[in-house]
Design a protein around this ligand. Sequence first.
Ligand SMILES: [Zn+2]
Ligand SMILES: [Zn+2]
Length: 346
Amino acid sequence: MKAVVYEGKGRLALKERPVPVLQEATDAIIRVTLTSICSSDIHIKHGAVPRAVPGTVLGHEFVGVVEQIGEGVRHFRKGDRVAVNVETFCGQCFFCKRGYVNNCTDANGGWALGCRIDGGQAEYVRVPFADNGLTLIPDGVSDEAALFTGDLLSTGYWGASLAEICPGDTAAVIGAGPTGLCCMMCARLYQPGRIIAIDVDDSRLELAKREGLADVTLNPLRDDVEREVRALTEGRGADAVLEAAGGRDTFRMAWRIARPNAVAAVIAMYEEPQILPLPDMYGKNLIFKTGGVDASSCGKIMELIAQRKLDARCLITHRTDLEHIMEAYDLFENKRDHVVKVAMRV
Ligand SMILES: [Zn+2]
Ligand SMILES: [Zn+2]
């Protein structure tokens, strides 16, 4: 079968690989039908994900059909259409029991797919702990509508929950790329009074506005973001800040635009260390929450998709097939042609 293989820093290749087989009773083999490229794949390519293992098939954002199940799989059967969770997790360990599946202590737990074990930029993939890592796609929900359940929408949903948004609040989302847009979508579920989208790319800001994800858009290349956020909030600053950009100055922006006692949810994955200048923020009493998604809400997310309360199809700006995935990588990595997300049929 065809698969995208991470061959070491700076090197990806579409190669021929053997079709995966069941290894554990709790595994399932999924025939991938639609797959995508995540910015984490680009971080892996850049060598910025130390735990990524060279030789691994990339891809952790995809949907497909159950082809085969191990004898221990209870909730799925051959032929089921499923969305695959970015995190495979045991469901039994200290962290899993508390919903913190990103820190599952099993050898195959946490973000392993497409990082430490073969992922879904391929025709077939083995999914460990299939009962935990798969979500049934209901009839009436298309592959495109379900595609982002396990990673991007999970991240947005988790990020929005971290930010503790109350009805009427001003929520500022830094970054209007795929993650930021999903953060806005999920922040909206908490009925904020206003969502401010901040990005240096006007086409992304326009998308946020057009799709009703943001009420106000600010571009740091043109706007004094701190001043504008204060002007919108009677001088206080944003009640909740979601930092989803991971840029050079965006961590600083996050705590600068937050009002005293706000939550700053740092969802972004940085390629460099960031500075936390505690003396400068003394007395502001901020709450920082950081990290990588606990993708433990996929069932709820799928329900919201089926009810049309979450719809991330607007992120798909480009469509192609697995044969052309290396061209899609080039497009996505270099942000050509106003790309937000590429969906590849397999
Ligand atoms: Zn991802
Ligand atoms: Zn676990």
